[in-house]
Structure formats: structure tokens, C-alpha cells
Design a protein around this ligand. Structure first.
Ligand SMILES: *Cc1c(COP(=O)(O)O)cnc(C)c1O
Length: 389
């Protein structure tokens, strides 16, 4: 038996209980994409009203990369194919699907950039207003895309952690649907579907090891939970080893794992999607790696940029730095003997830059630079379409 308890400060909670069993797994008539795993998703068995395609991303054999790395059993889970070109699209879809069901008009989230972009694109498509909280130094191109899509963006001077806390408070106070990564359990529930797909794509087998980038920890925990549920359903013997990858210049969890002293302030990394000095789900992520018999590796910005190039040259997958971090980590892990040449290994390729702005919302949003205070949020939104009183 398993349980998924969904709690939302503003919208009460729903509890879903699963009797894990093979009957929950998709059959020949199950649809495509993420909704194919309805039996294991915490939502009623009704058609989704979320309008964009989600999940069903390719598992690529990447033959050029296999040769270059001497890993003939390597596969890439290519999460760059979605509407916003990152794995955040799974979580966005499940959250907005719930919002549409509950009749919620506003969804909000804090983000280092990609979750926000994904929410802005998904919200625009679904006709839901979007409010975003990012650190002040969020990539300007990403912020501009969000506002083009109609989102209201708050650049928070005190950084990501403060943006996160403010986002939560604002959602609770103003009655918005809170998509905040990790805190909304739907974000984990959605990301677990990538593991279901890998299992199906390998012919209903799990790999020996998976390599995953870690920011807040949601991607890793989701992937682990997916494999754990397959074990619970009786179709898998064990969760694969999990190699967790952090950027060397922002590696709080790897430091803890290796018992190292963390610097007072991390220098920062080109991989902004995983630049999280205080991860929301750090303890949980570390537990998952331990239980799966895995390890943490760190990679320098130079190694991450090399991996971006390697993926482009050898696998023809364009990525952004955070999206290529797992492949940089794989190179390290392989050199260190953490994965072997006879093993089946899947590296998560989690994101790419958006080549151009998707079709925008009817009305552009706006961007505000604020200190972390609810009053500043309310004042900025006065006269907009977002109720904030
Ligand atoms: C968010 C993100 C990750 C992983 O972050 P988690 O918060 O640990 O889930 C990895 N790559 C990209 C491109 C991302 O946007």
C-alpha cells in the first residue's frame, strides 16, 4: 500500500491511496505521454484538460557518446523535447491539471528560472494567470520570455531562498495555487513518470544505474520514487544505483555527503537550473542516494560546458548547462569506476535553451524588482488581472 497526500494551503487536500499492483501499470490501451501512467498518478481518472503535450520523451542510444565514453550500455533520457525544453514541464502539467479541475485562476511558483518558464508557458496555454518569484540575478532572457507569455515576474533582491519563502507566503495569503517545487507533492509525483518511461523504453527493465542532476532534489527524488513504485508493483527487483550530480561551485548536498565543510557562500555556477545553495529537499535526496547504493559527484563549470558541447557534437542534443550536468557527472563517475562498461546506465538530460519565444499570451505580463515583502507584491499587482488582496 502506498499513499500520496496532496496538501495545498489554500485549497485543502486530497489523499490518494494506492494498492501497488501490476494492474496500476499502463496497458496496450493507455494513451501517450505522462497521462499514460494514470494508475499511478494522484488524480481522478478523468481526461486531463491541460492543453500541452507532456512526457513520453525519447530514450536515446547516443551511439557517438557511447563510443567516446566507452560505455556501450549508455542511454540518454532526453527531457529537452517538451514545450519549455526542460523536465519542469511534467510538474507544471500535473499542477495546472489539478488547478483546472479545482477552478483555480492563479498559479504561482518560485524558481531559479526553468520551473518559472515552464509554468508561464503552461499557464498561458491553459488560460490560468501566472505569478513568478525568481532571484534578482535570474537570466534576463528567461525573465523576458516569462513576461512575453503573460506572467507577472517578481525579481527578489534577497535571492532564491527568499523568493521561495515569499512565493509560499503569497500563495497562501492570496489564495493562489502553489506550484513551488518540492513543496507541492505533485512536482515529485509528476517527475516520477520519467522513470516509468525509462523502464518501458528499456523493455520493462531498469538500468543498473541512473545519473541525475540535483538542485532542490525533486528530479532525483521523483526518479527514485518512480523506480520504488515499480518495485512495489512487483515488476522490478530493486531501485537502480543513483549517481547524483552537483555543480562544484554550488554543491551543498555533495559536500554533506562527503563530510566536507561547505563554504559560507558558494561561488555560483553556469548551471543556473541547479544553482540551489539551500535545497528544499536535501535530506530526502541524500536518503534516496544512500538507499539506492549510489554516490554524489561534483563537476566544474568547465566540465559542464564540455558536456554541453559533447552532447551537441556526439548526440545532436542541444542543452543548457544544467541540462548537461548529468553527462558531465557521468564522465566523472565513469572515470572513478562508479559505473562500469558492462552496465546499462541512463543519464537524465534535463533541459535546453528555448530557441525562440513560443506564441505569447494575448497580454504581456510585467516584471518587478522587489524586496521580499507581501506588501510589495500586493502593491505591484494592484490594477492587474491578478487578485492580490
Ligand atoms: C530544475 C532542473 C534540474 C534539477 O533540479 P531539481 O530541483 O533537483 O529537480 C536539472 N536540470 C534542469 C535543466 C532543471 O531545470
Amino acid at each position: 500500500m502506498g499513499e500520496a497526500r496532496l496538501e495545498s494551503v489554500a485549497h485543502g487536500h486530497e489523499t490518494y491511496t494506492y494498492d501497488y499492483d501490476q494492474s496500476l501499470l499502463p496497458g496496450p490501451d493507455s494513451g501517450a505521454g505522462m497521462w499514460r501512467y494514470q494508475g499511478l498518478l494522484p488524480r481522478p481518472d478523468v481526461p486531463t484538460r491541460y492543453p500541452l503535450p507532456v512526457g513520453g520523451t525519447p530514450l536515446r542510444p547516443a551511439r557517438g557518446l557511447r563510443r567516446r565514453l566507452g560505455l556501450p550500455g549508455l542511454w540518454l533520457k532526453d527531457e529537452t523535447a517538451g514545450p519549455s525544453a526542460s523536465n519542469k514541464d511534467r510538474a507544471t502539467a500535473l499542477v495546472i491539471d489539478q488547478g483546472l479541475r479545482l477552478g483555480v485562476g492563479v498559479v504561482s511558483t518560485a524558481s531559479t528560472g526553468n520551473a518559472a518558464l515552464s509554468t508561464a508557458i503552461g499557464g498561458a496555454a491553459a488560460g490560468v494567470a501566472v505569478v513568478i518569484f525568481v532571484p534578482e540575478d535570474c537570466a534576463p532572457a528567461k525573465v523576458e520570455l516569462m513576461t512575453t507569455m503573460g506572467a507577472y515576474v517578481f525579481r527578489v533582491r534577497e535571492g532564491y531562498r527568499a523568493a521561495f519563502e515569499l512565493s509560499r507566503r503569497a500563495a497562501a495569503h492570496f489564495g493562489w495555487l502553489d506550484r513551488c517545487t518540492g513543496l507541492n507533492p505533485l512536482t515529485i509525483e509528476a517527475k516520477k513518470t520519467a522513470s516509468f518511461e525509462v523502464w518501458e523504453q528499456l523493455g520493462r527493465r531498469a538500468p543498473d544505474a541512473v545519473v541525475l542532476p540535483v538542485g532542490d532534489g525533486v528530479t532525483l527524488i521523483g526518479a527514485a520514487k518512480g523506480f520504488r513504485e515499480l518495485v512495489a508493483c512487483g515488476v522490478l527487483a530493486a531501485v537502480p544505483r543513483i549517481i547524483a550530480v552537483q555543480a562544484r561551485d554550488c554543491a551543498p548536498l555533495a559536500a554533506r555527503w562527503h563530510g566536507a565543510q561547505a563554504p559560507v557562500r558558494w561561488p555560483g555556477t553556469v548551471a543556473d537550473g541547479i544553482e540551489v545553495p539551500e535545497p528544499m529537499l536535501g535530506d530526502w535526496a541524500i536518503d534516496e542516494v544512500r538507499h539506492a547504493g549510489g554516490d554524489f559527484v561534483t563537476v566544474s563549470d568547465a566540465e559542464i560546458l564540455d558536456a554541453v558541447e559533447l552532447l551537441s557534437d556526439a548526440a545532436r542534443i542541444p542543452t543548457e548547462p544544467a541540462g548537461a550536468a548529468a553527462v558531465a557527472g557521468l564522465c566523472r563517475a565513469s572515470a572513478a569506476g562508479l559505473v562500469g562498461p558492462n552496465e546499462t546506465v541512463v543519464a537524465w538530460v534535463t533541459g535546453a535553451d528555448l530557441p525562440s519565444a513560443p506564441v505569447g499570451a494575448a497580454r504581456p505580463g510585467a516584471v518587478f524588482t522587489i524586496s521580499a515583502s507581501l506588501d510589495e507584491v500586493a502593491a505591484a499587482l494592484t490594477g492587474t488581472s491578478v487578485p492580490a488582496v
